[in-house]
Unconditional design. Structure first.
Length: 214
């Protein structure tokens, strides 16, 4: 095959790549989803490290997450909804990072890592805070509200040292949607009010029906 044929092939490949959008950078929503996945992965990696399954902390993953948080935080093109989602993810990461710092400090001081993590989580949990409130008319359609409810529950459980490994958003979304419909039918109400609170170091997750205000 001649040089000219090689150039034609490369040119055709470049045109195909451009037309298929391969050169288009990921959207803000895609980057936020990637950030959410990376924070979840980082938590798992730290859990493995603290349980003795890894020899060194996952600093590479942590640095990647912090770089992404900084880049998205400086992006002024985020919509209101994207900025809200970003703030939720950044707050969740900050809470995780503080727990990891305290656990690392406990290890350096010679204390048991699990005990240090529980002590840090308990100290954080007993701080007074207002409950997080979320109201759903149609939980099947209002994905953003259910997502924020899910994030608040994860954060509260993390503060109290409760396991979150069995929680996934698709399953949680389905359960909330079913519960919302059941409560609306049983109580003859128009919407359902969910609350996430911490009481005596334990997470309180409640739901009650309410009517729309006139």
């Amino acid at each position: 095959m001649g040089i000219r044929d090689n150039k034609l092939i490369r040119s055709a490949q470049l045109r195909t790549k451009h037309l298929t959008g391969a050169d288009v950078p990921p959207s803000i929503d895609d980057q936020l989803t990637r950030l959410e996945d990376d924070i979840r992965r980082l938590k798992i990696e730290f859990d493995i490290y603290f349980n003795g399954g890894a020899r060194r902390p996952p600093y590479d993953t942590r640095n990647r997450v912090e770089t992404m948080i900084k880049r998205l935080g400086d992006d002024r093109t985020l919509t209101f909804a994207q900025r809200y989602r970003y703030n939720t993810l950044a707050s969740r990461y900050t809470a995780f990072r503080e727990m990891w710092r305290r656990t690392m400090q406990g290890r350096e001081e010679g204390r048991d890592a699990v005990s240090a993590a529980r002590a840090a989580a308990h100290a954080e949990a007993i701080r007074e805070s207002a409950p997080s409130i979320f109201v759903c008319d149609n939980a099947y359609m209002d994905v953003e509200t259910v997502r924020n409810l899910f994030d608040a529950l994860i954060e509260a459980k993390m503060k109290c040292g409760e396991s979150t490994e069995d929680l996934s958003f698709p399953r949680f979304h389905h359960l909330i949607a079913v519960k919302t419909d059941n409560l609306k039918e049983r109580l003859s109400c128009e919407r359902v009010r969910f609350s996430v609170d911490i009481s005596d170091g334990r997470v309180q997750f409640k739901a009650r029906g309410e009517d729309k205000e006139e």
